[in-house]
Design a protein around this ligand. Structure first.
Ligand code: FES
Ligand code: FES
Length: 162
């Protein structure tokens, strides 16, 4: 059975017919071509499928597409702007926080959510914010350093403005 839903993804409005058992992850990847959202475990354990829904990170493998009706979604594709990569993305590249990249979309979206509400998180706050995002490659240290470097960059910018 299909149901028509409306949602906003990366500042673009969509109206799409979805199956009532279809997940948001599958809608993004297979119907809308937004394959930056990854699927790992599909049971809410790995965070590879993290997207931001109404300002909060969610595991899109656990959200039914019909539950996204009327919601605002940000995926990794929406992070880049006309001016280029988002500064969180740049930090991950600059600090070598990416290896295979499978966890990276979800990791960056979790980091963005943290930095939006806390511009200068300490290490334990960063580790807590990404605790739902598993990485098999990096050992996490470079990811934590990348997120810390964004808050340092923001600090420098606010100091240079004062
Ligand atoms: S694929 Fe969704 S949490 Fe692992
Ligand atoms: S970079 Fe490979 S899983 Fe994180």
């Amino acid at each position: 059975m299909k149901k028509l839903i409306s949602l906003n993804i990366n500042d673009k409005d969509y109206e799409v017919a979805v199956s009532t058992d279809q997940t948001l992850a599958d809608l993004l990847r297979y119907e809308l071509g937004l394959t930056g959202t990854k699927k790992g475990c599909e049971v809410g354990e790995c965070g590879a499928c993290t997207v931001i829904m109404d300002g909060r990170p969610v595991n899109s493998c656990l959200v039914l597409a019909v539950q996204a009706n009327g919601r605002t979604i940000l995926t990794i594709e929406g992070m880049e702007t006309d001016k280029g990569l988002h500064h969180v993305q740049e930090a991950f590249v600059d600090r070598g926080a990416i290896q295979c990249g499978y966890c990276t979309s979800g990791m960056i979206l979790s980091a963005k959510t943290l930095l939006d509400r806390n511009a200068h998180p300490d290490e334990s706050e960063i580790r807590m914010a990404i605790s739902g995002n598993l990485c098999r490659c990096t050992g996490y240290q470079k990811i934590v350093e990348a997120i810390e470097s964004v808050s340092e960059y923001k600090n420098e910018r606010s100091l240079s403005k004062s």
